[in-house]
Structures are given as C-alpha cells and as structure tokens.
Design a protein. Sequence first.
Length: 208
Amino acid sequence: MPTLYTMPGTCSLAPNIAVAWLDAPVEIHNIAYGDHKKESYLKINPKGKVPALRFEDGDTLTEASAILSWLGAAYGTDAYARNTVLGRKEAEALSYMTSEVHAAYGGHFGPGNFADSDAAQDEVKRKTYENLNGHYKLLDEHLKANGGEWYLGKRSFADAFLYVLTRWLEQTPLSIDDYSALKKFRAHMEADEGVQKALKRQDMEPIG
C-alpha cells in the first residue's frame, strides 16, 4: 500500500483530502514539523518537503499536483480523465493554484530569500500581499461564476487545494471577509466528512 507523507499546516492536506474522498487504499503518515529535514525523511524525499507518496517498490512521487493527478488516474472517475473537459479544467486549475498562487506565498513564508534589510523585506511583504489579493480576487470570481459551491461547478481535486489556500489566507493581513464566495466555500468544505477526516489525520482543526 502506498504511503502519503503529510505535515500539519502544509499543502499535503490537499492529497490527504483526495485520499479521503476516493477512499483510496493509501496510508497516511503525518510527520511532526521539522521532521521533514531529518535524514530519515530526506531518504524518502531529498527535497525535504511534503507531500510525498511512497510506493511499495520504493519509488517516491512528490509535488501535490502530481500526486493528485496520480490519485485521480488510479482511483478517480472517468469524468475527470484528462481527455474530458472537466479533467482538462481540473488540470488547469491545479496548475494555477499549485504554481502561481502557491509560489506567490514565497514573500510571506520567506521574505529573507528575496531581500536582506528589514525595510526591503517589508517591501517584499507588501508586494506579496498585493499580488495575493489579486489571485484571491480571481479565485473568488471564478468560484462565483461556477455557482459558488465547487470551483469547477462539480467537486474536483481543485477544491481540495483551494481549501488549503483559504486556510493560508489567515496567516496574512488579508481577510477572508473580502472574498465572499471563498468564505462560503471554506465553511462548506469544513462541513464535508472527507475534509474533517483529513484534518484529523493531519492533526489540524477546522478554522470555522
């Protein structure tokens, strides 16, 4: 049985949710923060990040979007196959969320990687939150245009990652109250049994 390595507060929650939704035969191994830099974990994923999906043959798949794609191919429905409209749109949404939006958090999580002085780091943060606001407005508008319940109008793995992004918003000066569709979406997700199961497995709590 494959093992999915997760850690509290990270984007590994998205494939954890996907495993719960699919009832996939995947073991969840939640590691404590900091253990991702230990030698024992670096042997599994030399990148020192989560998520990582370890197969019984020793092969390891990393990156949330890649793991979500594998889960969909292995255990998902034909509706989200990549040769369907829904499947193409799911791939597009995941690509945007896991690359552009996730990457935009770089200036929040590590401003020191972009500037040295305190003043320069403050400017990095200001621009980071400005850019994130633009992303969240687009996400909010897209969600509204598709009915507000699911990002693509029907439940997909894009919703699992979008939920992660709505949680990360709380760590910034931005407010979920400014994105009405995302606020309702987060509450809707936290009422979902699969999301609740994934949160518990990852030692996390609903935001409410």
